[in-house]
Design a protein around this ligand. Structure first.
Ligand code: AGP
Length: 590
């Protein structure tokens, strides 16, 4: 998970490169580092978030027109300064930043130590500069030495390398970790993700696994693993730099929640493309959804929708568990992969298992990401860049795509019409923000939370609980309303906050009764229900929604209030919701 940037300009590179790496901080914030090349390798690095490290050691206070930078999400070795990237060779002539995991690093490290190399960190990455050093000392140039080094690596990598021996270039390479090239008249860039380069250029080349890049000031050469040059298309990104800025909001997460009404509109524009994809499908007798985290919860909504609206047996499998189901795949199964980043390693691995046997469809936010290049069919969620680690607007855009998919599969015009009413209704969540803030203040010190929903809104309960855990560090559980009496009811005690999700619809009466059972045990109920529901008049903490929102479309709207609730509790607790501890936005390790 980690983010890397490489940049060549005809002026001092550090200010640009630090601005770029800030845009990747969502990928990791355990440490940050920069290296530039002049007649020496100049390195500045430290543990902690970019702002903290910059305040202490002034990261931009470093000369050189060519540089690399890194933000780390620790895998091998603690988040210390020593383990922070960039890492150098024995003579400090080569410097490397890396995102990924080198699985055979222990053997390589042992061999290199026996050959006399001195290691300064506990990271897997450090074998790379030492391998390059070894091959350069054998008489190879930087490009060839990097190629020889990566041929020895087992695992995933996106890397950028600089050297004092050839101070006019950056060598990059990728395998199973994302890496893009940004090209502009003012210089060239390498980065883990598009937001890092948006301030400089919107012209992007997407790299494939096992490709090697030589970046010079006025030239970009992309080669295969054997250094044969490749012709690559330069694509123009339709995201703009402002999309990756906070735009006056205190946090990206809040900005991204406020963008949701627009995201609904933008994603609905995908309707025709989805219809076209559906027309190419053959008849499936089973559907699998495969995803992780929030995308898994969106998939669960999909399961309820497909089974109730289309009657096709559907199962949702966590991507990390998918390999255990592979014998059940056949050519009458459609496997749908949902992923915001398109780079989640577990999901990519599952796609590689499913693709040879079954038809695959990916629902992805990041254009050009790894999964979009693997799946048979791709639907893009039109959420724009999401920087906050906690998924918000992308969840909603995934749901819109799933609803459209189901509507087109079932030729259900009524559902499509309903979806077009969502935008207006979503605006009403922001009218409830003051009420949500009051609830956040009241429950900020809670130790546990329960989220209860039924049917289509059981996944809403799970997602509400995940948002709370992620950004407030409060223990939270999402449960199907009918399941509490089979065990968890034992945990309900006086004053415990329970979020009840109670939209009108077929499941209303049963859910209402379950919630009453919980209230009877002393829980403090926070109810999300319809404004014309007189049965909940006596509940103190209520968020009341337009009564036209039934249980089928409630997952698209009730979640906005739950996202706001988690956000405001996080702020009340002085936690940075954009960068929750131990997490990173893009999980590129299995
Ligand atoms: C969501 O808030 C989380 N950050 C996380 O669960 C995320 O949804 C999960 O890692 C999957 O990511 P993806 O959608 O990019 O595949």
């Amino acid at each position: 998970m980690c983010g890397i940037v490489g940049c060549i300009l005809d002026k001092k590179v550090a200010p640009t490169i630090i601005e770029s790496i800030k845009k990747l901080e969502y990928r990791g914030y355990d440490s940050v580092g920069i290296a530039t090349v002049t007649d020496t390798i100049n390195v500045k690095k430290g543990s902690g978030k970019i702002k903290e490290v910059d305040d202490e050691i002034k990261l931009t206070d470093i000369d050189g027109n060519i540089g690399i930078a890194h933000v780390r999400w620790a895998t091998h070795g603690n988040p210390t300064k020593e383990n922070a990237h960039p890492h150098c060779d024995c003579d400090n002539k080569i410097s490397v930043v890396h995102n990924g995991i080198i699985e055979n690093f222990k053997e390589l490290r042992q061999e290199l130590i026996q050959e006399g190399h001195i290691f300064k960190s506990e990271t897997d990455t450090e074998v790379i500069p030492h391998l390059i050093e070894k091959f350069m000392k054998e008489g190879n140039d930087l490009l060839k030495s990097t190629q020889l080094a990566i041929k020895k690596l087992i695992g995933s990598y996106a890397l950028a390398v600089i050297s004092t021996e050839e101070p006019d270039k950056i060598i990059g390479a990728r395998n199973e970790s994302p890496l893009i090239v940004g090209v502009s008249d003012n210089g060239n860039f390498l980065a883990s993700d598009v937001p890092a380069i948006l301030n400089e250029t919107r012209k992007v080349i997407y790299l494939e696994d096992k490709e090697i890049i030589q970046l010079e000031k006025d030239k970009v050469t992309i080669m295969d693993i054997n250094l044969n040059p490749l012709e690559k298309e330069i694509k123009t990104i339709d995201w703009n730099p402002e999309m990756a800025e906070k735009d006056g909001y205190d946090h990206f997460m809040l900005k991204e929640i406020f963008e949701e009404p627009q995201v609904i509109k933008d994603t609905l524009f995908e309707s025709e493309k989805i219809k076209e994809i559906v027309s190419k499908f053959k008849n499936f007798n089973r559907i699998y959804f495969v995803a992780c985290g929030t995308s898994y919860h969106a998939s669960l909504v999909g399961e309820y929708l497909i089974e109730t609206q289309l009657g096709i047996p559907t199962e949702v499998i966590l991507a990390s568990e998918f390999e255990y189901f592979q014998k059940t795949l056949d050519d009458h199964t459609l496997v749908i992969f949902i992923t915001q980043s398109g780079e989640t390693a577990d999901t990519i691995k599952a796609l590689k298992v499913a693709k040879p046997v079954s038809e695959t469809l990916a629902i992805v936010n990041v254009v050009g990401s790894s999964i979009t290049r693997e799946a048979h069919h791709v639907i893009y969620t039109r959420a724009g860049p999401e920087i906050g680690v906690a998924a918000t607007k992308t969840y909603l855009s995934q749901l819109i795509c799933i609803y459209l998919l189901v509507a087109h599969l079932g030729e259900n015009e009524e559902l499509i019409e309903k979806l077009h009413s969502i935008h207006e209704l979503s605006l009403e969540s922001f009218d409830r923000e003051e009420e949500i803030k009051k609830i956040a203040k009241r429950y900020k010190s809670a130790k546990d939370f329960f989220y209860i929903g039924r049917g289509f809104n059981y996944p809403t309960a799970l997602e509400g609980a995940l948002k709370l855990k992620e950004i407030t560090y409060i223990h939270a559980e999402g449960y199907p309303a009918g399941e509490l009496k089979h065990g968890p009811l034992a945990l309900i005690e006086e004053g415990i906050p329970v979020v009840g999700i109670l939209p009108p619809g077929a499941s209303y009466a049963k859910t209402f009764n379950n919630l009453q059972e919980i209230r009877a045990r002393g829980a403090n109920m926070i109810l999300l229900g319809a404004e014309n529901d007189t049965q909940i008049d006596d509940v103190e903490d209520k968020l009341l929604f337009n009564s036209t929102i039934d249980e089928i479309i409630a997952p698209l709207l009730y979640i906005i209030d739950l996202q706001l609730l988690s956000y405001h509790i996080s702020v009340e607790k002085s936690i940075d919701p954009d960068k929750p501890k131990n997490l990173a936005k893009s999980v590129t390790v299995v």
